[in-house]
Design a protein around this ligand. Structure first.
Ligand code: HAM
Length: 426
């Protein structure tokens, strides 16, 4: 039997992994610029943490968790997202002591038993940020700014930030009642899931994936009209900050997030080209979660983003195409004496630059062809004749120019050439 990767998972092969590395590099550099520090969390947590943190009525908790019992009968779940685990760790390690805002980031895989389709996987990667310890609307704006800045730094154009407010426990009960009042008359037309949502938390109905339900919700009242004074002022301030920071956004009062912990600001950044699963990232404020999970009352705000979707958007828009940049140098040799001379040059060069070579005793012509295919910047050629005369040929693959160099000067000559070509690029 031939084994295959489990449904909804995918291998990242070397032809694509360079894209992952670039995204991770730019993400970490951006996190550094914005003052976030890395947290590495366990892949699984107690099931109860997610049930309480994400919410019993959410799709994630009701039908998408990878839950298993360990040998001692404990119920554990592969993390479906990073916020609950980060908050658990924040409380466990008493990170809130002192008045400082705790700013954390992560870049790791998540697991959700969803129906696989384009942009939706069962194992997917997220980069995420969590800023724990402040009510200040400037923090919400910073996190939205970060998301837009990162996509721009990666060269992605056409990403649109949509912001909304999810209200707070003061204003959402009245909004829930208003929704029940307006939607009750046509409840029989909604799907069975929505009927459950109607009873438990009618705002969750906006999160339905059924087209017909979404049509029925089109004329539902907007939460923005039901916000209490504090939430309305907070939301106005987030918008003002974004405007002053020149972050482009639109207000989308129909936006609902799939997790129950949100209070006040919620936002997503979408990219049109992605089709149905167009959300590149999503996040918002979760002022009650730290207390809900057993910590002292502590406001917080965060975001997470699907890396696979980001790669699709960057590939489809032509920002990340083709293959990985080639090695700096390819060393081609012919004959066993030349191979030994080549081994010495390669070992020396690899102290500072990337080098590829041939281990299949192919002809010099075949090796030159491979160097071209790999996109090597320079080729060092050492044939039998070169070994006999104590020299090597150094060829610049961009200009086609080639020079003969004394064998013990090859490394120095190449380093000088490479320095000259990077300077002329500037
Ligand atoms: P989320 O909206 O569930 O939020 O996920 C965030 C992002 O993860 C989505 O916008 C999408 O890009 C990606 N994503 C989600 N599910 C999948 C999937 N099955 N396959 C591929 N990509 C997916 C959260 O996870 C919250 N923890 C965000 C947050 C952080 N809120 C506050 N702090």
């Amino acid at each position: 039997m031939a084994y295959k990767a489990p449904r909804g998972t995918r291998d990242v092969l070397p032809d694509e992994s360079w894209k992952w590395q670039r995204i991770e590099r730019v993400f970490r550099a951006t996190a550094d610029r914005f003052g976030y520090r890395e947290i590495r969390l366990p892949v699984f947590e107690e099931t109860e943490l997610f049930a309480r943190g994400i919410g019993d009525a959410t799709d994630i908790v009701r039908k998408e968790m990878y839950t298993f019992t360990d040998r001692k009968g404990r119920s554990l779940t592969l993390r479906p997202e990073g916020t609950a685990g980060t908050v658990r760790s924040f409380i466990e390690h008493n990170m809130g002591r002192g008045a400082r805002l705790t700013k954390l980031y992560y870049f790791c895989p998540m697991f959700r038993y969803e129906r696989p389709q384009a942009g939706r996987y069962r194992q997917f990667w997220q980069w995420g940020l969590e800023a724990i310890g402040s009510m200040n609307p400037a923090v919400d704006a910073e996190i939205i700014h970060f998301s837009v800045d990162l996509f721009e730094s990666l060269g992605l154009a056409g990403a649109e930030a949509r912001v909304n407010s999810a209200g707070c426990p003061t204003c959402t009960p009245a909004y829930n009642e208003l929704l029940r009042e307006r939607l009750g008359g046509k409840l029989d037309q909604f799907c069975d899931d929505c009927k459950v949502r109607y009873e438990r938390n009618p705002r969750r109905m906006f999160d339905c994936k059924n087209e017909h339900c979404l049509e029925l919700l089109e004329d539902a009242p907007s939460i923005l009209e039901s916000l209490c004074e504090e939430c309305a002022e907070h939301f106005a301030s987030v918008r003002k900050h974004l405007e002053r920071m020149s972050v482009r956004f639109v207000v989308d009062s129909s936006m609902a997030r799939g997790l129950d912990y949100y209070t006040k600001t919620v936002f997503e950044v979408h990219h049109e080209g992605l089709g149905a699963q167009s959300a590149l990232c999503g996040g918002g404020r979760y002022d009650a979660l730290v207390e809900e999970l057993g910590g002292a009352p502590t406001p917080a705000c965060g975001v997470s983003s699907g890396v696979e979707r980001l790669i699709t958007a960057l590939t489809d828009t032509g920002v990340m195409t083709g293959t990985e940049p080639g090695p700096s140098v390819y060393v081609a040799s012919l004959g066993s004496e030349a191979a030994l001379a080549a081994a010495a040059v390669i070992a020396e060069l690899r102290k500072s630059i990337s080098v590829e070579t041939d281990y299949q005793s192919r002809s010099l012509k075949a090796q030159m062809k491979e160097a071209g295919k790999l996109g090597a910047g320079h080729v060092v050629i050492i044939g039998e004749d070169e070994v006999a005369r104590g020299v090597a040929v150094v060829k610049n693959m961009t200009t086609g120019e080639q020079n003969e160099v004394a064998a013990d000067e090859v490394v120095a000559a190449l380093l000088v050439e490479r320095l000259a070509s990077t300077q002329s690029d500037k």
